[in-house]
Write a protein that binds this ligand. Sequence first.
Ligand code: EPZ
Length: 416
Amino acid sequence: MSFYYVKKSDPLCGRITVSGAKNAALPAIAATLLTDDTCTLSRIPNLSDISVMTDIVSFLGADIQNTKKGVFEITPNIKRITAPQELCGRLRASSLFMGPLLAKYKRAKIPLPGGCSIGSRPIDLHLKGFAAMGADITVSHGFVSVSAPRLSGADIYLDFPSVGATENIMMAATLADGKTVIENAAAEPEISDLAAMLRKMGAKISGAGSDKILIEGTYSLHSCNHKIIPDRIEAGTFMTAAAMTNGKITLCGVSPSHLRPFSAKLCEMGAEISEGTNEISVDCGRRMSSCSIKTLPYPGFPTDMQAQFCALLSTVPGTGIITETVFENRFLHIDELCRMGADIKTDGRSAVIRGGRLTGANVKATDLRAGAALTLAGLAASGETEVSEIEHIERGYEDFPEKLRALGANIEKNET
Ligand code: EPZ
């Protein structure tokens, strides 16, 4: 079993380049099924989630060439419309195949994505959108089947600005008959990136990045060459690592505007931040102080940065309150942080965090971002920390220990 061995580290310093965004690459891979042509995707991060997604596409019949680091050429050649249970069970984002298969091949059969540690993760909003566009939907034996001879454009209001539902409905609508309007749509940068790729393929989409997206259906889509946006959550995770060690780092290859929700919070805590066109520098040398956070859909503070900030607030003077409004069970890292000496009291969806000193301990990654948070905590804690179940972390962070070591962190990956 692999684990990270982490020791208290000096202030992080130096510069690293951020990888492509996992949460933009996954829908982009699904979107390639909307055409018969070959699509080239670049800046695809080398992650286990990406491998599972490309394995599913291969299973469905596609030809995939990983021509060089981070570059994939995908030619659909779809022969099946049923995605494999064993692969889909490992990746919730497999639900994103429904929209493209339904639109291009008139049907799809996908295993119902199970819940995960952070919540039940339903797909009712995805299905509500497909039904509004005329699809027949049946759920049986753990699979959801969707079918429609031809989708029709529809006006769809999302009860919650779901990222996945917005992506799935937007992809399906590109080949529907007529106009689709998605209201209360998610506005995350990953939505805008998917829309940019779809427009390169010939889709007619406007409003992506706002809460109202308009899609004018077209008859077919063609090939494209698309470079994935940088990973804002990876960038935020390293910014948080700098803050936890009073370091000063520069992140290259980022989109600073995507980082604003947590850049602003770090400035509020005492960090000095300077933005370039594609880079951001974070100086946390001065004494940091606590703050309070409420996670919200973009452009609010991202839920995917909540665990990392829990760890940060555990180490800075003062008391802060973190409220998680997006997922119902996203505090699993707190028990593990408390084993490191953190003073955190939870009450429902809120956590009161009193900053203090952490001590190293053996802790367990319960999910992707919790694992990252515990690794950062180990950089600030006195003594040694072992983070186990790091396969969760390696789903979403490319070369995580290597990048941290490049900034001066005391971390290595060991096997038992
Ligand atoms: C995406 O998940 C991301 N994953 C998540 O990142 C991220 O935390 C989340 O968006 C929110 O930003 C990918 O993009 C692959 P949602 P998604 O649909 O699309 C409820 C990470 O760490 N909901 O916006 O599944 C749902 O239960 C991962 O990289 C419904 O009720 O998130 C949740 O409470 C974790 N019905 C809320 O909406 C639905 O049909 C947000 O879910 C869909 C969602």
